[in-house]
Ligand binder design. Structure first.
Ligand code: GLU
Length: 292
């Protein structure tokens, strides 16, 4: 079966993969393979201050150890500055991007949503970020798993940042340009990114590009409800136990697991899991405690 489905996994190299990131990797992989499609991997290394030396290679080794083999060549966002700048120029020419000197403190004093001051009055100095002139706010979308999904319209209408004042590209810009250029047809990731999704849909609309579908998986949390993250010391995946890790990920995603699967070679285990993949069995809860 071959279809035009193209999915992806897009880790940031700010640390090794943990169980939460494995969910996004396995969920996007199963969906892509069950659709007979491609699964790409992109390294989102556009934020050097948050990057951990060696993390990108370690992530790739972990994917490999878990049988999560990607199609085509890897894309590194750090190689893409020229392309991002070209898109910022296009948006500027269309009047859809403007320099903004407002501080984070000022935006916080407004309640966290920017009011467009510099669009109306111009920046006050040359320490500027670039913001989208948001004329196509999208606040809701249809998620193939969750159905109609609504977010705060006030937040969705914000002129959000495309390039930071420190010269770094914003995640929203880089991810949209790359998802477009890589021909991604569906993004599968954790539902901590619902707000990012509406921003990305907005940017696709402003660029007049067709947007992919967005499917959100339950988020792995600790028993106290906090998201598993590098910041709160979610343990790195052990590359020596890929079968057990994959079985835990499949169980978290509500997928059928047979006794003994933890001892299969990971590639074989994933093949079995793909052939039984059932989207409807994925829990629709926003958060789900991870049994680590
Ligand atoms: N790089 C982002 C992260 O690691 C994921 C972005 C995405 O899937 O769009 O959280």
């Amino acid at each position: 079966m071959t279809t035009s489905y193209i999915g992806r996994f897009a880790p940031s190299p700010s640390g090794p993969l943990h169980f939460g990131s494995l969910i996004a990797a396995v969920g996007s992989y199963l969906r892509a393979r069950a659709e007979g499609g491609q699964w790409l991997v992109r390294i989102e290394d556009i934020d050097p201050p948050r990057e951990v030396a060696g993390a990108a290679d370690r992530i790739l080794r972990t994917l490999d150890a878990h049988g999560l083999h990607w199609d085509g060549s890897l894309l590194y966002q750090s190689d893409r500055s020229e392309r991002y700048d070209a898109i910022l120029n296009d948006l500027t020419k269309l009047g859809l991007c403007y320099p903004c000197s407002c501080t984070r403190k000022r935006v916080q004093s407004l309640g966290g949503v920017y009011d467009g001051r510099c669009r109306l009055h111009g920046p006050e100095n040359d320490q500027v970020a670039l913001r989208l002139h948001n004329t196509a706010a999208i606040a809701a979308f249809d998620d193939p798993l969750l159905g109609r999904t609504e977010t705060d319209p006030h937040f969705a209408g914000e002129d959000f940042i495309l390039k930071r004042r420190d010269g770094l590209y914003a995640y929203q810009l880089a991810v949209v340009v790359d998802d477009h250029d890589q021909g991604i047809t569906e993004v599968v990731r954790g539902n901590d990114l619902l707000e990012a999704t509406v921003r990305q849909l907005t940017l696709f609309q402003q660029l007049d590009w067709p947007a992919p579908a967005y499917l959100h998986l339950p988020l792995a949390v600790w028993s106290d409800g906090n998201k598993l993250s590098k910041q709160n010391h979610a343990p790195a995946l052990d590359d020596a136990t890929p079968g057990a890790n994959l079985v835990r990920a499949l169980t978290f995603l509500g997928q059928p697991v047979e006794p003994g699967w933890a001892h299969l070679p990971p590639g074989e285990l994933l093949e079995q899991a793909v052939s039984r993949f059932d989207l409807d069995r994925i829990p629709r809860q926003r958060n789900l405690p991870a049994a680590l």
